[in-house]
Each structure stands twice: as structure tokens, then as C-alpha cells.
Design a protein around this ligand. Structure first.
Ligand code: SF4
Length: 351
């Protein structure tokens, strides 16, 4: 991890990814719109790891795909190192994609079962013409295999001949082959056994340092995110609700949704668990993005919801240096209810 780099590599402004739903006899009638990502803005500094967390269906994976234009954004601007990715034609986009790669959640589904590992890892070399001759191609693949902790002799094998953890290493080697600056890691360890997760996280940290990589790290597991991320952004129903440094988020989560996510993290020590002193666990399911709640999207599940929350969408505002929260409790202009009063009242009731 590195926090010394202040220059921005990835700048995302007001990104929206909406999917139109069609119905009717010939599917010509638009029956609704799913607002999977609805106005998300953030920056990732060169060399840092920004975590993107939230429950399934909150839009975090779609945000990653929208940044890479693997799904076409409905609106907004994505800039990588000064290049407006959203304005590129397909040839220029293909070229720019070399600089931003993706590591997927399902290491088996992401690898073509009919291809040898040599060809899977080498594919980006072919696409971007990054080798001199056949010997150089093989040497680069062998080197990448070694770099991710696999034996170069395995290059002629097929994906099914590897374990889940090894397959994820192959996926990482494939992403590295293009010599990217940004890697979007979409739940890269959630499909792996807990014992293997730490090894893959350590590998991601090692190669980040060695290759000066920047990560957008998508996960639902807050324990994993805590280990690897410098800053963390919390999403709910297509919106950013909180973003701050890793330690600030864990020591002082401010948004009621973040607090609920935190309270769901098990603490193995019963004494420590008792010290937590409150239960802010989440009630109910994430509402459908097809029919999102009015006002604050979290209000049907929020224990602090008040009248303004049902009609007014909270703005993302800075509450401490570098700590942004979208909640009326922190916005004197939107609510006469004070965050401290409500939280204290809640603690008394919970205690
Ligand atoms: Fe809860 Fe209202 Fe804050 Fe939304 S704006 S998180 S409903 S208190």
C-alpha cells in the first residue's frame, strides 16, 4: 500500500449507468429503467488502493465495468491520467484499455477452459503487440507465471487442472501481462477458501509495490478491505454514501449504513463484542434499483430516518478533512436534527 502519491490517476465524475428495460409484445416498449449507478464521483490517486464496498446490488461492480466502458455509461466522465475515456472511439479505447485491467471474482468463469494457460496469459501480449517473437512471448508468460507464484512448467496446462487459488493467480498474471497502471479487482478473493484469501491478497500487495499499481478494490467483505485499502468508499443503491481514509472509516463510521455494515462484522472476542455496546444491524433487503425509494435511498432501512429523509436526497458533504458523508444528520442546511443527538439517543435505547 502507498499513500504518498497525491497525483490523481483515475477521476470519475457523475458516472451514471442506467439500463432500460423493455416489454410489450415485441419488446419495443420501455417498461422501466434500472439506475444501477446514479451519479457517482470519486478519484483514485496513483499508487493507492481505493476500496469500494456495499451489499450485493449496490452498483459497485457496475461502477467498475462503467469505468472500463465494458458497460457503456449513460452519463458522466471517466478520466485516466488525463485521457477522457468516455470520449474515445473504439480503436482508441482498445489501446487505452491496456492501461486498465480487471481481475474477476470467479477465477474459473473468467478463464476460457479451452485455452492453455500460455495463451490465456499471453492474450494481452497478442492484442497489444507486446512481444518481439515467439521466444520472447513464451519468456514473458513464464516470467509472469513465476511472478504470481506458479511454476512456468504449468504453461501448457488448462484451467481445470488448477485449484481455485491457482486460477486466480492466472487471472492476475493475465491482468499484469498488459503492464497496466490501474487494476480493478472485482471481489477477487470472495470465491476462494478463507485460507487461500490471505495468500492472494498478499500477492496483490506484492505486485502493487513491484509494479507501482493503482487498485480499485471492489468487495463486500469489510475485513478484506480493511487489510488492503488506503481509502474506502461505501455505496448504497447506486450512490456513494461515505468515503474516507481506511482508519477513519473503521474508527468513526458516520453514515448509518456504514455503521450497520460495521456492526455486522463479527468480533471473535466476547469481551470486545460486549464493548461494542450497540446493535445497528441492517434490517430488510436492498430495495430494487428499478423502483428506488424517494429522498435518501437508505431511508426505509435507516433507524435515524426522519421526515426530510423521505423527500430530500442528501448531498455528499465533507464532515472532517477528507471524510465525506451523504446524510441529512450531518447537513445543518437540510435537517434540524443533529447527528450527535440522534446517535446518543440511539445508544441510550440500545444500552
Ligand atoms: Fe438515514 Fe436520513 Fe441519513 Fe438517509 S439521510 S441515512 S435516512 S438519517
Amino acid at each position: 500500500m502507498s499513500t504518498n502519491h497525491n497525483d490523481v490517476l483515475l477521476d470519475v465524475q457523475d458516472l451514471k449507468v442506467h439500463f432500460k428495460l423493455h416489454g410489450g409484445l415485441f419488446g419495443q416498449k420501455q417498461t422501466g429503467t434500472v439506475k444501477a449507478v446514479d451519479g457517482v464521483s470519486f478519484q483514485v490517486r496513483r499508487g493507492e488502493t481505493l476500496g469500494l464496498v456495499g451489499e450485493s446490488g449496490c452498483g459497485k461492480s457496475t461502477t467498475g465495468l462503467g469505468v472500463l466502458r465494458m458497460v457503456e455509461p449513460t452519463a458522466g466522465k471517466v478520466t485516466l491520467d488525463g485521457i477522457d475515456i468516455t470520449a474515445l472511439n473504439s480503436a482508441a479505447l482498445r489501446k487505452a484499455r491496456r492501461r486498465m485491467q480487471m481481475v474477476y471474482q470467479d477465477p474459473f468463469g473468467a478463464l476460457d477452459p479451452r485455452m492453455r494457460v500460455l495463451d490465456i496469459i499471453g492474450e494481452p501480449l497478442l492484442i497489444h503487440k507486446m512481444f518481439k517473437d515467439k521466444k520472447d512471448y513464451k519468456a514473458q508468460v513464464h516470467d509472469l507465471l513465476e511472478r504470481v507464484g506458479l511454476n512456468p512448467n504449468m504453461a501448457d496446462r488448462y484451467p481445470h487442472q488448477f485449484s481455485g487459488g491457482q486460477r486466480q493467480r492466472i487471472g492476475i498474471a493475465r491482468a499484469l501481462a498488459a503492464r497496466p497502471e490501474l487494476i480493478i479487482c472485482d471481489e477477487p478473493v470472495s470465491a476462494l477458501d478463507v485460507s487461500i484469501q490471505a495468500q492472494v491478497i498478499n500477492l496483490l500487495e506484492d505486485i502493487q509495490e513491484e509494479f507501482g499499481l493503482t487498485y480499485l478494490f471492489i468487495a463486500h467483505d469489510l475485513a478484506v478491505v480493511r487489510h488492503i485499502c488506503d481509502r474506502i468508499m461505501v455505496m448504497y443503491l447506486g450512490h456513494v454514501v461515505e468515503v474516507t481514509d481506511r482508519d477513519a472509516l473503521y474508527e468513526n463510521p458516520q453514515h448509518p449504513y456504514t455503521q450497520a455494515l460495521m456492526s455486522a462484522i463479527p468480533i471473535p472476542d466476547p469481551e470486545e463484542e460486549a464493548k461494542r455496546g450497540f446493535d445497528r444491524s441492517l434490517q430488510g433487503e436492498v430495495p430494487s434499483p428499478l423502483n428506488p425509494p424517494s429522498g435518501c435511498p437508505f431511508h426505509p432501512r435507516c433507524r435515524f430516518a426522519h421526515d426530510a429523509c423521505k423527500t430530500q436526497k442528501p448531498r455528499l458533504m465533507e464532515t472532517d478533512t477528507g471524510h465525506q458523508v451523504a446524510c441529512h444528520l450531518y447537513d445543518p442546511a437540510a435537517s434540524d436534527i443533529n447527528a450527535g443527538d440522534v446517535m446518543e439517543d440511539n445508544l441510550v435505547r440500545a444500552g
